[in-house]
Write a protein that binds this ligand. Structure first.
Ligand code: ADP
Ligand code: ASP
Ligand code: MG
Length: 440
């Protein structure tokens, strides 16, 4: 069994849905994980915001526009038929639910409920589209098997048991369609795997089914060596090891949700990234093979906060780091980068939800300085710390003010922290040095 995941652009238009159909109908059984149509989740997030701000009229008019879009898609996707009527009734009922949710915005699950609708819509429509084209397809509702535990981690035992049972119950099927992103929490309430989480759904499902391969189909021909939104002339990397891909995803390569690689690495299932619009291009294969030495790619992660914690007594005072880490542990805030000196440590976080409380506790034994709007620029590759050119890249960045450097923490990663306003320039400078012919 293989698992294929299609992102927002891949199911974002009727023409693209036809391309997806041509890709998945190849005579082999597979699970197909779908995102919401592109733009839908962003619009739902906006509608949620309007509703909690009590801007009901605006929220309802956004909903009307979105519903109009789905009506147009349905008209193009289906001939006039009972099936079309069935899908159209379903779409109407989802929008009716949404209108009710935004009109009485009291539930604590409002956000999770609202944003779940995009994947519910795309998967229902697409399953019926496949059936109308005589493909043996069925819907496997993600909420019947996908669940997270109290720490927000996939409940792998539950997922494996339920997913395998559901698949076995439906033998005469070639294509099992399911929703990415959405799941239940440990109390059985609607939840999700965070923005962009359909990639993660795909590898969780791949691991649960012991799949041969997980394919992530998107709007670009694989993982590029730098962020194509900010740097010109990037190219797809054909092979990445699990470790390299995990670092890249975690440190900002938007093409992969940060947690995507973990389940695949653990279960040793290769992950292939492919372009729906150019199915014949090779893409990127992520597996356990170690790759050539050297810098493979550069990525950036935004919205980073740097915290400097100073203590005159840190000098020779053992236990200081322990005290600091215990505070971050208590507030379940993970640290990305860290550097130390005799009297201070600097570290970075991306989740600032508990920052105020953390600072109050740190200030009991230190002085604290906060720098917001920082970006981590991360160089990823194999044995890059040892690579002969690596040490020179700081020369290339002589005009950029570097706030922190993390070097030697792993063989796969060198990270530097810069102000977000310097991010694009830093990406471009490093790109021309590392991948161009510029010498320092
Ligand atoms: P999907 O909707 O299919 O999940 P995403 O928008 O989440 O697609 O991810 C694909 C986009 O990620 C690309 O269109 C590209 O702009 C962006 N991107 C950022 N960094 C990279 C990278 N290193 N390699 C490839 N794409 C990247
Ligand atoms: N639709 C969700 C989002 O836009 C999940 C995904 O696309 O992966 O975040
Ligand atoms: Mg995505």
């Amino acid at each position: 069994m293989n698992v294929f995941k299609f992102g927002g652009t891949s199911v974002g238009s009727v023409a693209n849905m036809h391309m997806v159909k041509d890709i998945i109908v190849d005579g082999r059984k597979k699970v197909v994980v779908l995102s919401a149509m592109s733009g839908t989740t962003n619009t739902l997030v906006k509608i949620h915001k309007l509703s909690i701000e009590n801007k009901l009229d605006k929220a309802l008019s956004e909903l009307l526009v979105l519903q109009g879009h789905y009506t147009t898609v349905l008209d193009e996707l289906f001939e006039k038929s009972d099936r079309k009527q069935l899908v159209s009734n379903y779409v109407d009922s989802v929008f009716q639910d949404l209108r009710q949710l935004v009109s009485a915005p009291s539930s604590s699950l409002l956000y999770n409920n609202i944003v779940s609708k995009g994947e519910l819509l795309s998967s229902f429509m697409f399953t019926h589209f496949l059936q109308s084209q005589h493909v043996k397809a069925c819907l496997l509702p993600a909420l019947d098997f996908m669940r997270i535990d109290k720490d927000g981690e996939p409940d792998n035992f539950y997922i494996k048991q339920n997913l395998n049972r559901l698949v076995k119950e439906r033998v005469a099927v070639d294509i099992y369609i399911t929703q990415g992103f959405i799941c239940l929490d440990n109390e059985g309430e609607i939840s999700n795997l965070k923005r962009g989480g359909s990639d993660h759904s795909a590898t969780i499902i791949g691991a649960a089914l012991d799949a041969d391969e997980v394919q992530i189909w998107t709007d670009i021909d694989g993982v590029h060596n730098n962020d194509p939104r900010f740097v010109e002339g990037t190219h797809a990397i054909s092979n990445l090891s699990f470790d390299e891909a995990a670092e890249l995803a975690y440190f900002g390569a938007k093409i992969l949700h940060p947690q995507t690689v973990m389940p695949a690495r653990k279960a040793m299932i290769p992950v292939r990234l492919k372009n729906t619009m150019k199915p014949n291009s090779y893409g990127t294969l992520i597996n356990q093979n170690a790759s050539e030495e050297g810098i493979k790619a550069i990525a950036a992660k935004d919205a980073i906060t740097a915290i400097k914690i100073k203590s005159a007594r840190m000098l020779q005072a053992h236990g200081f780091l322990k005290k600091v880490f215990e505070i971050f542990e208590k507030y379940e805030t993970s640290i990305d980068m860290i550097t130390t000196s005799e009297i201070a440590i600097s570290l970075t976080i991306d989740d600032t939800g508990s920052l105020e409380a953390i600072v109050v506790e740190l200030e009991k034994f230190s002085t604290v300085e906060i720098d917001e709007q920082q970006s981590i620029i991360c160089l990823v590759g194999n044995q890059i710390v040892k690579h002969k050119d690596t040490y020179r890249f700081f020369q290339v960045l002589q005009d950029i003010s570097i706030r922190m450097i993390s070097y030697g923490g792993s063989n796969n990663n060198i990270s530097i922290l810069v102000r977000s306003e310097d991010k694009i320039k830093t990406l471009q400078l490093l790109n021309s040095y590392v991948f161009g012919k510029v010498t320092a």
